[in-house]
Design a protein around this ligand. Sequence first.
Ligand code: ADP
Length: 245
Amino acid sequence: MPESALEFANVSMTFPDGTEALEGIDLTVAAGEFVAIVGPSGCGKSTILRLASGLLEPSSGTVTRSDRSLGYVFQDATLLPWRTVNRNIDLFLELQGVAKSTMKARSRTALELVRLDGFEKHLPNQLSGGMRMRASVARSLALEPELFLFDEPFGALDEITRQSLNGEISRLFADQHFAGLFITHSISEATFLSTRVLVMSPRPGRLVAEFSVPFPQPRTDELRFQPDFASLCGEISAQLKESLR
Ligand code: ADP
């Protein structure tokens, strides 16, 4: 058995106002796995990420994660508008008290990994939406995360930029060896990125189906036009519709 980066055992989440968000979630993300979760709006996907990061405690069950570092990319880039790209990437390292020399080297590598070199002195409002998300990914990459959590990060971008960033994430996953947990509404995005897709039911969210995604990494745009890819997306879509009944 590979070492697991994240484990949920029989996790349920009921908020103080009585909203039952999640019920009986058993979920493991092993080292070297990229797991995507798809499900209808409001089924508890973001709640799973907040539990995974430790921002929330479950009402029952246990969430286990190693103490090694965690990357988290939100729906918005959440960059500080008065800091340059470089200083935004430094931010989490500063908060962790990483030495200045290490910080410089790690920020530079992260910037190069997301192909933003040349833009280090720009402010967030001088970047396109796709570039802002790249900077946000770089800020977490600089932490050299063991586990990378993505909360529907590319939902607000146009389709072409989104597909290009999907290719970048797949390349980073193949190079950097983090474990990934990616939340999305998009079945094709989930299938393109992941080694496994999990399907959730409407609230209270339960995991109702699992699909293994066999295509080699890193994935490229040609994959989107392969019959095997289209057919797997079709199966996942049918399952998702079934779970809505
Ligand atoms: P998703 O990410 O799948 O759209 P969420 O995880 O954001 O869903 O939310 C799941 C359910 O829990 C929703 O019904 C939402 O309104 C509710 N919810 C989320 N956070 C809270 C909270 N802090 N208090 C009460 N209800 C919440």
